[in-house]
Ligand binder design. Sequence first.
Ligand code: FAD
Length: 393
Amino acid sequence: MHRVDVLIIGAGAAGMLAAAEAGKRGRRVLLVDHAKKAGDKIRISGGGRCNFTNVNTSFKQFLSENPRFAISPLKRFSAQDFIGRVRQRQIAFHEKTLGQLFCDESAQLIIDMLLDDLRDAGVELRLKTNVHRVQKTGDRFVVELDDEQVEADKLVVATGGKSIPKMGATGFGYDVAQQFGLRVVETRPALVPLTFDQSTLAPIKELAGVAIDPARVSHGKTRFDEALLFTHRGLSGPAILQISSFWREGDQIGVNMLPGMDLFAQLRAARQENGKRAIQTVLSQHLPKRVVDFVLETQQLGGNLADISDKKLKSLATAIEQWMIKPTGSEGYRTAEVTLGGVATDELDNRTMEAKKVPGLYFIGEVVDMTGWLGGYNFQWAWSSAWVAGQAV
Ligand code: FAD
């Protein structure tokens, strides 16, 4: 039997950072993953450039039964702490928008940094290794891998959520939690494109490929001003991904294609200034032409401003600023960036990420019921929760 101090399952963002931290503290650490490579989601994240944190991270950008659970971990290992490591490693990065930090070159540089940290900390990394069974006997964990049993004082579950099963995502972490009697908050795909029924989709299909940046997409009181993208399957882009985490079946979402503008007032002023201008020309100053054509067609409008009544201008402005649309679903875990829900925070101690009922068992990263908005928050949660566990195991 192979004996270690700490066994970590899942060599993603959280697992790698926690393993390195524990290794640095002199623990004998084994990190296993069934995938061929460690940190595969980091590699594809942020369009290959990894939006590795957000300078504005606070608990307010997280969805959870108890977002405040994140306060202490985010404080103890903050965005600035991770940025410090990126700087020290001399990885060039830039702020894209809204505090989001991306690598200038490649996400692989973040993976390489973490892999070097593992090596320096003496962590044993075993890839292409399946975990068949987890048991606790006395105060030790016995874990059955493909070819051997491992005995560990501490077991850290860092297997992420269910998003993108093609990349090796599984519900393993939730199963382990349930096996040990821990509550799991219902999971659902989040940060995911939304889909529509044929009657809604048919008219907007011709807009596939068009972006509106920014659009204001809202659900109840929640709203995001970010880019919206029309696709062949429905709507996507950052604004839609953000709202997808809040949307529930049966709900409508609102789209304001021209946030921060009083379109009716603008159109009236334009008419007064020069009524001979075509409505299409005026709107095209603010919106992509294909969107303008689509809206004018649905409103059965055209011609010169002078010939359009206030009532019709008002109705046009409403169609553009208050477009209500009802998604029928989402693209699901196949393309979702993250998984909402997970191991309930009230089962865990946020000073250590240890399960209150099961000494020695830890959950970190996305497997926990702590889901960030789009914009680097999810990685920061992975780093922060992992660091906390790394100090405790
Ligand atoms: P993961 O990184 O998912 O790691 C889990 C690991 O566990 C994987 O290596 C997996 O192979 C392994 N595993 C799973 N099941 C088992 C099992 N049964 N046995 C053994 N091993 C197992 N977030 C951001 O903050 N910024 C971004 O730019 C960003 N871009 C993204 C782009 C895409 C396309 C996707 C899908 C996600 C993106 N995210 C981004 C979200 C981010 O990748 C995750 O929140 C983060 O990776 C979670 O880290 P984790 O370590 O908890 O889980």
